[in-house]
Design a protein around this ligand. Structure first.
Ligand code: SF4
Ligand code: SF4
Length: 337
């Protein structure tokens, strides 16, 4: 057998896939272990934790922590300190557990980021219920890089069953008008239409593509996950006893709740990790404090059994790390496109 045919034979039978994946996985973990000071690549800022919906899969209704809008001083402190590490590619995401369009200072904040940082990529998700013409114009002229509209259905009945408290007809009209304004103004903001897929809406995927894939820059289908152990996932029905994966969120993402508390990751909706407050410390010191180091140490040792809330998280004790369905991958991309 020629070398060429041998290589092809190995490749097509995926013989080395396991070891190759294992090799890159270890390399990845070692890279993070070596770092002395961790710098976030993506900053989630919860400008508001209020929301106008009660979506079925969202832990917002269960949240025990206090709700509020972030004060201007606190917001300014975050952006001012980000100057020291923004580098080339800092992404700023202006949402966490709440609807950004409810924040009265949203556009003022975006303006402040644009004036004070070099080339930040600014993004936020919205349920689009409040996206009237005035708000749509403000979004389009704000200079943000991208926006995700979260619409989990392609019919009124399905959508309103999942996105409780919102009105499908209004949301759909708002988004359609947004696309018209975007086209009329030759605006280049990237628009992502996102559907979180669950048993209730999976039959509407084709219709969703028909409705949005020509208008949106990305049509994104994401499997409904668990938010730790809320049992909403359609992928992980059962926890494994041992940790299966490594989670990169504590290495790349930094989350700041509206009151300045530092969060561990997108899934920690109730600040269970309790990593301190940036009113008492700088951003980078907070991101490298003792607790963060302990969590990263446990994560890279693949031993999060004693780490809350990772020890009840299906990202590493189940299958929820993979966000997209294999068969929908061509419509997806990881992170913010
Ligand atoms: S709109 Fe977003 S934050 Fe509000 S309840 Fe729904 S998923 Fe949660
Ligand atoms: S394992 Fe889960 S809880 Fe822990 S950092 Fe990752 S997403 Fe968050």
């Amino acid at each position: 057998m020629s070398l060429y045919r041998l290589k092809n034979w190995i490749r097509t039978r995926n013989i080395l896939r396991g070891p190759i994946k294992g090799y890159y996985y270890l390399k990845y973990i070692r890279k993070y272990k070596r770092k002395e000071v961790h710098i976030p690549k993506r900053l989630y800022i919860e400008t508001t934790s209020f929301c106008n919906a009660k979506c079925k899969m969202c832990p917002h209704g269960k949240m025990k922590r206090e709700r509020g809008h972030m004060s201007w001083d606190l917001f300014k402190k975050i952006i001012d300190e980000s100057k020291s590490f923004e580098g080339e590619g800092l992404e700023i995401i202006l949402h966490k557990d709440g609807e950004p369009l409810l924040d009265p200072l949203l556009f003022q904040r975006i303006e402040y980021i644009r004036q004070n940082l070099h080339r930040p990529r600014i993004h936020f998700n919205s349920n689009a219920m409040l996206l009237n013409e005035d708000k749509a114009r403000q979004v389009l002229s704000s200079g943000i890089h991208s926006i995700t509209f979260s619409v989990d259905g392609a019919s009124r009945e399905t959508y309103e069953k999942i996105r409780v408290g919102l009105k499908y007809d209004i949301v759909k009209r708002n988004i359609e008008e947004f696309f018209e304004l975007k086209r009329d103004n030759l605006n280049r903001i990237r628009v992502i239409m996102q559907m979180v897929v669950c048993e209730d809406n999976k039959h509407e995927i084709e219709e969703y593509k028909r409705l949005w894939s020509k208008k949106a820059d990305v049509t994104y289908f994401k499997a409904m996950h668990n938010f730790l152990d809320m049992e909403t996932s359609i992928k992980t029905k059962k926890f494994k006893e041992r940790q299966l994966k490594f989670c990169e969120q504590p290495y790349n993402f930094m989350l700041i709740y509206w009151n300045g508390d530092v969060g561990l990751c997108c899934w920690d909706y109730d600040n269970l990790a309790n990593l301190g407050n940036i009113r008492e410390n700088s951003l980078i010191n907070s991101y490298n404090n003792h607790k963060f180091r302990m969590i990263r140490g446990a994560m890279s040792a693949m031993d999060c059994a004693e780490i809350s809330p990772c020890n009840r998280c299906t990202v590493i004790y189940g299958k929820d790390a993979y966000l997209c369905f294999g068969w929908e991958r061509k419509f997806c991309s990881s992170g913010y496109p």
